[in-house]
Design a protein around this ligand. Structure first.
Ligand SMILES: Cc1cc2nc3c(=O)[nH]c(=O)nc-3n(C[C@H](O)[C@H](O)[C@H](O)COP(=O)(O)OP(=O)(O)OC[C@H]3O[C@@H](n4cnc5c(N)ncnc54)[C@H](O)[C@@H]3O)c2cc1C
Length: 427
């Protein structure tokens, strides 16, 4: 550690991003302090879903609370056949799970405790950096010194500078956990996307499409969530609530008991990669790590934290390394060039989907899930190489029906800019 820093790293935040990177830094034998307004054991607000294979590959399948093998979607059979039946479900043949949030939190906290990570309560309000040290001041006037600051304060980071976002695509959802007069989906089933829209009027079908994300939670309880893909401006909660009600009443199903209602969760999707030249590192939602297509983050945190921590640890071996140099090494490990190019492709894809009409979306997803399992799974978990991602997208394009091909081909808004970013992702 440098003469005047109290810790090697100061991590800001106590969400999944902060805990994942703190645990990984601890494993590298670095001294870590974490600053957050909330207690480290406060339960996180969201429900975290993940594909079963992702946790299995990491050897942490035991952290799931629920796991489904019957995983399906409904896209109808194409633009001319809007209705779909149970029989033409798209079967994913891939397990899906929900984390036990407490277990996931304890998984990282245990590693932090073993590494003697120190916890400080407070809100960071000021940040200074010089050639040897970074200093954060809290709203209570406490100053904390470290060789590197890692901002893991979520989608609106306290110190990280992000490029101009433009219009932020926001996924909105309205959900209910409860009991119903009859099962709204098949028993033991997980529905990733149900785009059937037979319950909507012709006028409503012209509005931005929404889908049902649903799961059987056991004991006669189901979780149903009416969701829109990332859109700017987002679909309103009133619309989502109304559509979920219509979806149920079309099937003659009544809600008999509400255990929990999720009012208006907003998930920003097309968050740009931060400025990689800043002398402070980011991690988690703050650092643009959320998958632009799925909105998921936890798998990426688990997979990417060790290599970022390793790069930081290596750069700190030089006792004279400046915070700017250490941050640079961290950014290079977090956002290598290929990953930045892939991110530009994903952002481009999201931009396209935002403009698609319902019939195009149905056809698009039918084609997407007819890619090989390794391709669609790799796309959704960001685990394909750049070359494999381009191959998967090209295959998607060549197999797509004309209405989708035209939508993919026609360049609008900032799509050209995003494609240029793919060709030249910058520093
Ligand atoms: C509705 C919704 C659903 C999601 N579903 C999934 C899912 O199913 N699967 C998945 O993988 N991902 C999902 N995500 C994405 C992602 O996993 C979560 O958003 C995740 O909580 C982001 O983690 P984070 O640690 O980066 O930020 P956050 O969880 O937002 O944590 C930020 C932390 O920073 C602290 N903080 C804020 N300001 C300061 C400050 N000035 N000083 C110190 N500390 C500060 C906060 O108190 C908090 O502890 C979802 C996100 C949303 C919004």
């Amino acid at each position: 550690m440098s003469a005047s820093a109290n810790f090697d790293a100061l991590v800001l935040g106590a969400g999944p991003g902060a805990l994942a990177i703190s645990a990984a830094l601890g494993k590298e034998n670095l001294s870590v302090q974490v600053l957050s307004p909330n207690d480290r054991r406060d339960l996180w607000p969201y429900t975290y879903g993940i594909w079963g294979k992702e946790v299995d590959d990491l050897g942490i399948g035991n952290l799931l609370k629920h796991r489904w093998s019957d995983t399906v979607s409904f896209f109808g059979s194409g633009s001319n056949i809007p209705n779909s039946t149970e029989n033409n479900a798209t079967k994913h043949n891939q397990d899906y799970g929900l984390f036990d949030k407490r277990k996931l939190q304890e998984y990282w906290l245990k590693q932090c405790d073993e590494a003697l990570v120190k916890w400080e309560r407070g809100v960071a309000i000021k940040f200074e950096v010089n050639n040897s040290l970074s200093i954060v001041t809290t709203s209570e006037g406490v100053t904390l010194k470290a060789r590197l600051i890692i901002d893991a304060t979520g989608y609106q980071p306290v110190f990280l500078k992000n490029p101009e976002r433009g219009e932020v695509a926001v996924q909105t959802c309205f959900g209910i956990v409860g009991k119903f007069s009859s099962p709204p989906i098949s028993n033991n089933q997980f529905v990733l996307m149900d785009y059937r829209s037979d319950h909507l009027t012709e006028e409503e079908k012209k509005e931005p499409p929404t889908f049902l994300y649903a799961m059987d939670m056991g004991n006669g309880t189901f979780f149903l969530e009416e969701t829109s893909l990332g859109l700017a401006p987002p679909v309103t909660l009133e619309t989502l609530k109304k559509r979920l009600g219509k979806r149920l009443s079309y099937k003659g199903i009544e809600i008999t008991e509400i255990e929990h209602e999720e009012h208006g969760l907003f998930l920003p999707m097309n968050i740009p990669i931060p400025d990689l030249k800043q002398p402070i590192l980011g991690f988690g939602g703050a650092a643009g790590m959320v998958h632009p297509a799925s909105g998921y983050l936890v798998g990426a945190l688990l997979r990417r934290a060790p290599s970022v921590a390793k790069a930081i640890s290596n750069s700190m071996k030089d006792q004279k390394a400046s915070p700017a140099f250490i941050a640079k090494k961290g950014w290079e490990a977090l956002w290598p060039k290929d990953l930045r190019r892939k991110q530009a492709l994903y952002q481009f894809g999201l931009e396209k989907l935002m403009r698609f009409k319902e019939s195009q979306l149905r056809d698009f997803f039918t084609g997407f899930f007819s890619l090989s399992k390794s391709q669609w799974y790799g796309f959704l978990t960001n685990s394909l190489s750049l070359r494999e991602l381009v191959q998967a997208m090209w295959k998607m394009f060549t197999k797509a029906p004309l209405n989708v091909k035209w939508g993919l081909f026609e360049m609008k808004g900032r799509e050209i800019k995003l494609l240029l970013k793919f060709l030249n992702p910058g520093v």
